[in-house]
Design a protein around this ligand. Sequence first.
Ligand SMILES: Nc1ncnc2c1ncn2[C@@H]1O[C@H](COP(=O)(O)OP(=O)(O)OP(=O)(O)O)[C@@H](O)[C@H]1O
Ligand SMILES: [Mg+2]
Length: 282
Amino acid sequence: MSHEPESSSPAPGASSSGFGVPPIGSGADPLLRATGLRTSFGSLDVLKGVDLEVRRGKVLVLIGPSGSGKTTVLRALNALTPPQAGVIDLDGERIDFAAKLSKRETAAQRAVLRDASGMVFQHYNLFPHKTVLENVIEGPVIVQKRPRDEAIATATALLERVGLASKRDAYPFELSGGQQQRVGIVRALALRPKLLLFDEPTSALDPEIVGDVLTIMSELAHEGWTMVVVTHELAFAREVADEVAFLDGGVVVERGTPAEVFTNPQEPRTREFLDRLLRPLE
Ligand SMILES: Nc1ncnc2c1ncn2[C@@H]1O[C@H](COP(=O)(O)OP(=O)(O)OP(=O)(O)O)[C@@H](O)[C@H]1O
Ligand SMILES: [Mg+2]
């Protein structure tokens, strides 16, 4: 199958100083559809049949209480923690986690998911003994076998775009949290993924630098990247999300546009969750 972009022209609003053309053109059809994802850890059933859909060039924000399985969903989508059951349809390929497959077939299916997405972690997860540049080119050069010169050029341009050109040869411990997270985003982008996955990317940051990271994420969204974002930043979600899904008790309880879910939630559990988030002291 082809991995070529549907459209080679940048999304509206993208500029020559942007993050590069997203690898997947925007459109209304789903890039990824997950059906019936089930993940258990021992006797703990965490995902009990999660269904969700991510349309091309769109942003899905995933919200839900602590422990509801948001991270587990993201880790299922990129096969870091493959679910025990469920189906993911991704850009023309189908991965059925319950299928009885050989080791080789299983590995090939996981690779489809792993190669399709770039993940941005809550705690950055940079290699401490590698420089910023080495962190960013590791995936493209070692995993994707791209030419080193090309990977360095891409990494350098992306670092410049997020204001970190001067930190190219620094080590993670020499960077602030916000700077490390910007490197985390650049590292994901350098893989030229079809899908960007963000797991509470700003929740470990000091409040005054949260905005820097959210601004970069908004710019990515406007440039047409397809994104799944776990976040409690409701203002960001309201502005940037095309769709919001509320996860609770191992299932998606409610989904809709930000206006639908935030202003007029239909399910009592969604309402309770949003009330607690908006009025934490009551
Ligand atoms: N590797 C694991 N082994 C055992 N239990 C796990 C593992 N990973 C997650 N869990 C459990 O699964 C449940 C869901 O965890 P998950 O990290 O997906 O929640 P979350 O919604 O991301 O929560 P938070 O908002 O606190 O990040 C929790 O009860 C957690 O303890
Ligand atoms: Mg989590």
